[in-house]
Write a protein that binds this ligand. Structure first.
Ligand code: PRP
Ligand code: ZN
Length: 300
């Protein structure tokens, strides 16, 4: 093998994330929680991994699927909407969703002007729809056997109706503030989206494959403990069945005897949110001395 050919084989994993925008900061936070840290380059486009051989490339979100397809990056954190739109446009797209990441939630929706008399999907027929998601919109129109004109715009889709370019729009809605500010109302959901970890359909082999497995294990751990709490309390033996029924989201609780007492001590790892209301319910069912502890790390 010539020196230049061998130099092509990378032994570091490269992850593409959004440079600016909704997903960039939470993506970095997640990777940091998974134990990664970086030294940033001056131009802030490349971050060199310090704790692990995992580097970050900061890019436009729409470029991420292509970077994975071309092998420039191994993995990417990107909205499912971006990933599926590019799948809709490119046959046999060589990238897949590996994990939903639980942040950056939004919906791809149809939205019409406030005074539009909307009844159902058939109202779209023969209308002009402005969107940056022509692939997903075409799929939806096809599924509903509706004919309409798709006006593809790269941005500022929400002002298209006011400019007379379209009758309605198909765009991402997160808080709904953008729609409201433009006198539009959401009427139909095409896709539920969130940030996902994406990778090549063919998988990764060698060192980069091993780093990916390690990262996935850690990300799974981080996601599992996000809402998880360790719950400790005591109760009379007779109250235990009723209490366990209230802990459906708990992993097999540990029940132990309390020294010199008729009481039992319970310890349960709960994966649902431990709200004050839930604690009140447990107390009413006989739980005493309730303690809720945060989980620092988890490795299944
Ligand atoms: C989306 C969408 C809207 C905005 C809606 O853009 O295009 O402009 O978010 O959010 P809201 O409902 O909270 O007002 P996004 O942030 O995904 O950026 P991009 O489409 O330019 O990548
Ligand atoms: Zn974008």
């Amino acid at each position: 093998m010539s020196p230049s050919a061998s130099a092509v084989v990378r032994d570091r994993l490269r992850i593409a994330i959004q440079k600016s925008g909704r997903l960039g900061d939470p993506a970095r936070e997640l990777l940091r929680a998974a134990g990664l840290s970086w030294r940033e380059s001056r131009d802030r486009l490349f971050c060199f991994g310090e704790t692990l051989a995992v580097d970050l490339l900061l890019v436009r979100d729409d470029d991420i699927p292509g970077l994975i397809a071309d092998g420039v990056c191994d993995l990417g954190i990107v909205g499912r909407n971006v990933l599926l739109e590019q799948r809709a446009q490119v046959a046999n797209a060589p990238f897949v969703e590996l994990r939903p990441l639980g942040f950056g939630g939004c919906r791809l929706m149809l939205a019409v002007p406030d005074d539009f008399d909307w009844r159902d999907a058939s109202c779209v027929a023969h209308r002009r729809i402005a969107t940056s998601y022509p692939g997903l919109l075409a799929q939806w129109l096809h599924t509903h056997a509706i004919e309409a004109t798709v006006v593809t715009l790269s941005g500022s889709v929400e002002i298209a109706p006011r400019l007379g370019q379209a009758d309605l729009i198909c765009d991402l809605v997160s808080s709904g503030a953008t729609l409201a500010a433009n006198h539009l109302k959401p009427v139909e959901t095409l896709l539920e989206s969130e940030a996902v970890l994406a990778g090549p359909s063919a998988g990764l082999s060698g060192l980069r494959g091993e780093l990916t497995d390690l990262l996935l294990r850690r990300i799974d751990g981080v996601l599992r403990i996000r809402d998880s709490k360790l719950l400790l309390f005591q109760a009379a033996r007779a109250a235990v069945p009723g209490l366990l029924a209230l802990l459906e989201d708990a992993e097999a609780p540990t029940v132990t005897a309390v020294h010199d007492s008729d009481q039992l001590a319970l310890q349960a790892l709960c994966h649902g949110a431990m709200t004050w209301q839930r604690l009140e319910n447990l107390k009413r069912a006989g739980a005493q001395g309730l303690l809720v502890l945060p989980i620092e790390r988890m490795l299944a």
